[in-house]
Structure formats: C-alpha cells, structure tokens
Write a protein that binds this ligand. Structure first.
Ligand code: N01
Length: 508
C-alpha cells in the first residue's frame, strides 16, 4: 500500500496533475482530506461564504440532523464530544468547520462553478468560475449535493402579500418573529424541525399549512454525559462499536420501511407484513397519545405507508399542536392575498410572515452548472428528467469526472455520509488507477451505465418509495420515476464500491 501511495504521488507530481473540487460541504472537505493523503494538488470552489455546505446554508430554527451524530460523521474523524444523540445544525457546522481547517487554504469562497467543458485533445476540463477565471483540471470531483436549490411554489397572488415571505433554506435572521402571525407551508423534514421552535419564539400565532401529513416517529434524543464523552475519547474502539450498533439499527429500518412484503415468500412475507402493520399501528397510536385534540390527531396521521415519503423523527413536532397559538390547516391553499393566505374553503388566514418549507428543486440542484462532456454532449441533456450516475459517482459522458452524492444515492433510513465515504474510496481507487497506468483519462463505458440503470430500476420495483399508488414525494419526477434513491441496503453499496471495477471503464 505504501509503495502504491508513493507511486501515485510521484506520477501526479510528474505530470502536474490537478483536481478541481466543487463544494466545501461534507463531500468537498472529505475529498480534500483524501487528496491530501494522496499527495495530489487540488483547489476547492464554494459558492457560499464559508465551509459547511447544507449546514452553513440552512440556519432555520431547529435545524439539525435526524440521523444520530455518532453515525452522521466521518469514520476517520470520530468526534467523541457530540453533546447529544441528534445534534443541531450549529454543532454539526462546528464539526465540519474544524475538519475543514487544514483544507481552508485550498478553498476559494463565494465562487461558483458555472461551466465545465471536456477537452478531448488535452484530456482536461476547462472549468469556468463565476469570477471569470478559467481553470484547467485533470479531474473534477463534485460535492454539490441534491438539495441546495430551494423550491418555492408559485402561488397565485404571491406578489400581493404585504408581509415578509422566505424559504427555510434562506432563513431571514433579521426578521423577528416575536408577536407576529406566522404561517408555514409544508410539513416535510424542515418544517418538522422548525415548527416547534417557531412556536416557542413568542409568536402570536403559528399556522401550519399541511398538504400531506408526515410520519413523525419519536426520536428519543438524549444528552451525552461527561463520563460517556470521556470513555468515547479515550477508548475510540468503544465509539466505533457504538457507531456500528447505530448503523445496524438504521439498516434494519430499510427492511421494515422500504421493502414491500412478498406473499410469495412463505412465513417470512407474512411475518414481514405483520411487522410493518404493527409499526404503523404503534406510530398511529403515538400521534393519538401525543396530540390532545382527536380531530387534529386524525389530520396529522398519514394514510400512506411510511417510507413512501421521508419519515421525520421528532420529540416536539406533534406536541406543538397542543399549544394554543399553533393551528393546523389542511384545506389547500387557493391564493395569497395582501394580508395572508386564502384557502379553498374561502377562509382568510391573516399573516405577517410566511415561511416556505416547501423543499428543494432536485433537477435544478443536479444541473447547477453546465457540464459538456464527450463530443460536446451535456449532462443536463442526458439527465433530462431522470438524472443518472453509476453508483452516484460516474457518467459515461464525463471522463475524469466523479460525483459525490450524485443521482441515485439518496437515503431515507441511514447516514448519507456512509455513502460519501464509500464513494471517496471508490474515486480514490479510480484516480490511482489512472495515474498508475499513465493514462490521460478514465471514462465509464456506456454499456456499464445502461446495465447499472436497468439494475437499479429493477431493484426499486418492490420498494414502497417507488410505488405511485401510495403517495407523491420529491424522490420522484413528474412522471413518477424515482431517480434519486439508492434502491437497496448499504452493505450492497459498500460491497460494490469497495474496489474500482476497471473493467467497466475505458482508459485512454
Ligand atoms: O422538503 P420536503 P424539506 N402547496 O420536500 C409541501 C432533507 N432534510 O425541506 O408532502 C402546499 O420533504 C409538501 O407537501 P406534500 C431530507 O432529505 C434533512 O422538508 O408534497 N404544500 C411537503 O410537506 C428531506 O427529505 C434533514 O404534499 C406544498 C413540504 O412542502 C429533504 O431535505 C432536515 C407545496 C416539502 O417537504 C427535504 O425536506 C431537513 C405546495 N405547492 C431536510 N409544495 C435532516 O435532518 C410543497 N409542499 C437530515
């Protein structure tokens, strides 16, 4: 391994190999550490003003991670001092910024990538930045994520509203909510975190406009005491063990939430169905127990199977609806007026502030900048409304181009950083292979892309998130095709990405 590492380093020095990394969130910072370890030169470009990605951008009240922190962190950079099991945004931001400190000199902030064009003759990418600079890079690694472009539905009359309106992703810290009548549209993961906090911000009223209820499981958040942090710090193996315990408990959820019980499998299929029904029953009972008004509890109870949309764990969301100043509205929004929102039942809801917790524009996020690859074909064109990437990493139109968190690897049950680490191992091996072979380019074969896409389509078939009859969600495009989700368990992802499958690539 040491010899291989030295050879890679030498080869990259000799040909002044340069990598362009896009984004300084978890993916970009993790990649920086990988490239440092490989001894490869690189630059990172970040459109925001500091390190953190989603954790820098999203500052709405209550922002946090609904995956436990000891799992939502890098295995190489364990943090023994997480203050609670589900850390909030600021603590996660602190973690990633600390991790990013050694990388900081390599990052250019407030600079977006606007275009990347593959030059076949040079076997290099010409990367155009928002500053006007054009950089020549041997390899591009993107860590731009799928959820960074907010989606703000165009409600009729929105321009008439005289109060303040903004998206959770563009939280206005300068707007005080105290004493205000606040409306929030949407009940996804962002709203579930924000609603309890906004309700406690001294607002006169908080009206939650719900289109579809969300499955809200109890989170059982707890604080880590000093003794536990001490043990985690001085016995890293213990923390790793805890991490693996979390990983497997999350992984079991894949079976419970996502796989549709198959009656064709005797006994197991029957047991599986019983288990799923039982979990649904438990969660329904939980809503009825927590929410005092039975009519409100009924409205907050989903009628679709959990896992069809993202499950949103919380210890305080449902409880908020017991507060006198929190109201649930389930009639659809008809239009905005100068004073607030009018619903289909012709009721007016007077508001001072409207918060859009309406999620993200997935296609806009994935096509954030123009990528022109082999023969001038663009990724946007190939993506159309069903973006694809081989293990969320490579694409046959883009030689020397690796995505972290690309299409097809969204998870609804476990830590996406596990996927990120697997992808980093994979692309590292790919770059090593390129350098060690003395090749100029490495490009996925089209046949590999096609068979991978076929494989993932088939794998999704018996999953609840793929079945249109249950619900709509941001996982799917307007035709109902789910292009976002990793279709099976994570051990399978790890297995497929633990080695670089050179046979599926062309080296030139
Ligand atoms: O967005 P969403 P989000 N009229 O798309 C409603 C990640 N995340 O920002 O369900 C009325 O889930 C829409 O209604 P419906 C996580 O992956 C992670 O909350 O479509 N309502 C829905 O209720 C998550 O899944 C964390 O009927 C409209 C809501 O708006 C993803 O981000 C924390 C509407 C949108 O929910 C997105 O979550 C936060 C309309 N026209 C976010 N359009 C973690 O903790 C939309 N809605 C890791």
């Amino acid at each position: 391994e040491k010899k291989r590492k030295d050879a890679v380093k030498q080869a990259s020095c000799e040909r002044q190999f340069k990598v362009c990394v896009i984004g300084a969130g978890f993916s970009g910072i993790g990649t920086g550490h990988v490239l440092n370890d490989m001894g490869i030169d690189y630059e990172i470009f970040e459109k925001s003003g500091d390190i953190g990605g989603t954790w820098y951008d999203n500052v709405y009240p209550g922002v946090g991670c609904d995956v436990q922190s000891h799992l939502y962190s890098f295995s190489q950079f364990l943090n023994p001092t997480w203050s609670e099991s589900f850390s909030e945004g600021p603590e996660i931001l602190e973690y990633i910024q600390k991790l990013g400190e050694p990388i900081r000199p390599k990052i250019t902030f407030n600079t977006a990538v606007v275009q990347a064009v593959w030059n076949e003759n040079l076997s290099k990418w010409a990367v155009t930045l928002s500053s006007g600079r054009v950089l020549q890079a041997d390899v591009i690694i993107t860590g731009t994520g799928l959820l960074h472009k907010p989606s703000t539905p165009k409600f009729s009359g929105a321009e008439l509203f005289e109060g303040t309106a903004f998206h959770t992703n563009q939280w206005r810290k300068d707007v005080s909510l105290s004493g205000k009548r606040v409306g929030i549209i949407g009940t996804g993961a962002s709203a579930v975190q924000a609603v309890p906090r906004i309700a406690d911000m001294g607002v006169e009223s908080l009206t939650v406009f719900q289109r579809t209820p969300t499955w809200c499981a109890p989170r059982f958040n707890f604080q880590f005491r000093g003794a536990v942090k001490f043990l985690f710090k001085y016995i890293p193996g213990l923390q790793m063990l805890y991490r693996w315990y979390l990983f497997w408990t999350y992984e079991i959820r894949f079976f419970i939430m996502f796989i549709m019980p198959s009656k064709e499998i005797p006994i197991v299929g029957w047991l599986h169905e019983k288990l799923q029904n039982y979990v649904h029953k438990l969660l329904k009972r939980h809503v009825r127990k927590v929410v005092k008004d039975p009519a409100v509890a009924e409205k907050l109870t989903p009628s679709y199977p959990m896992g069809c949309k993202r499950v949103t764990p919380s210890d305080s969301y449902l409880q908020s609806f017991n507060k006198e100043n929190v109201h649930l509205v389930t009639d659809s929004i008809k239009e905005f007026t100068n004073k607030g929102i009018k619903t289909m039942d012709e009721k007016f809801h007077d508001l001072d502030v409207i918060v859009y917790a309406t999620g993200f524009d997935l296609l806009g996020s994935v096509n954030a900048f123009e990528v022109s690859g082999v023969d001038g074909k663009t990724l946007t064109e190939d993506h159309s409304d069903e973006p694809r990437a081989y293990y969320g990493v490579s694409h046959h139109l883009c030689p020397n181009y690796f995505m972290l968190g690309g299409p097809g690897i969204v998870l609804g049950h476990n830590s996406v950083l596990f996927i990120g680490e697997c992808q980093m191992t994979y692309l590292r091996r790919g770059i090593e292979e390129l350098l060690l072979r003395g090749a100029r380019s490495v490009c996925l074969k089209e046949s590999a892309m096609d068979s991978y896409q076929e494989w993932s389509r088939n794998k999704r078939k018996n999953k609840v998130f793929d079945d249109l009859k249950f619900c709509t969600s941001w996982y799917r495009n307007s035709r109902g095709v789910n292009w976002t989700f990793w279709p099976t368990n994570l051990i399978s992802f790890w297995w497929h990405t633990s080695t670089f499958d050179s046979e599926n690539y062309n080296f030139a």
